[in-house]
Design a protein around this ligand. Sequence first.
Ligand SMILES: NC(=O)c1ccc[n+]([C@@H]2O[C@H](COP(=O)([O-])OP(=O)(O)OC[C@H]3O[C@@H](n4cnc5c(N)ncnc54)[C@H](OP(=O)(O)O)[C@@H]3O)[C@@H](O)[C@H]2O)c1
Length: 252
Amino acid sequence: MSENINNALIVGASQGIGLGFVRALLQNEKISNIYATYRREASANELIALSHKHPQQLFVLQVDVTDESQIAAAVRQIGTSASKLHLVIYCVGVLHEGQLAPEKSLIQIDSDNLLYYFQVNSIGAVLFAKYLLPLLRHSDRNIFASISAKVGSIGDNRLGGWYGYRASKAALNMLLRTAAIEYSRKCPQTIVVALHPGTTDTRLSLPFQKNVPPEQLFSVEHTVNLLLSVIEGLKIKDSGNFFSWDGTVLPW
Ligand SMILES: NC(=O)c1ccc[n+]([C@@H]2O[C@H](COP(=O)([O-])OP(=O)(O)OC[C@H]3O[C@@H](n4cnc5c(N)ncnc54)[C@H](OP(=O)(O)O)[C@@H]3O)[C@@H](O)[C@H]2O)c1
């Protein structure tokens, strides 16, 4: 593979916003190679079909982010065909899954569930920041973004509930802010940001959509276009911040 090309990595691309980024980047002439991860084949049919349709452009890797060795192996695998990445977006997230549902009250707090929220929503992202640093240390402007959520804003928390999801997104934000400081020293061309997508019509939001006014429920395509515009406009000074879909900076 030539080195004068733009390489992107979308983590958590089987569904929803991650899959939407893959679709959008396949149309983007500036992006030559897209690496995309999925966890389970069963929910990654569309992504895998896209990789068969675009075999020179889209490369899929299987990664469960709760297993650090799988993250390390995927990054090693990417490194065999690309010496640098220009855009990384961590789109993995869990709000509900099987018996796991967001807590409405303290009585529902369960330590295993809390740990799981942190593993998926917070720790996976910072592990990617750990392993990807060598592929982001180059002289071109590049982005390490992670999809966070406004409900992870401590300053904005007025409703309560959703302990594990909120806390894991707040932890994600702190991990990204801290990584941004280390990256500014070791990897100064990387802009590290947390992004709030707005309520988006995906599997994750589906059980909670009934109280969302239609104009506030974005399609995946709309969210992806908005977030790509935010990413496009980012400057080095923006690293370490938390941006909403409209480009405004959110309170921590
Ligand atoms: N949709 C919204 O309204 C909304 C609002 C605010 C923030 N967000 C955030 O946006 C991001 C994307 O969510 P979405 O709405 O697109 O939801 P989604 O359609 O459910 O996608 C979530 C993705 O995360 C992956 N994932 C979950 N656990 C994983 C694990 N252990 N290892 C690897 N991958 C894993 C899923 O893979 P599988 O297919 O294998 O499950 C899927 O690809 C999340 O961080 C979410 O918190 C969404």
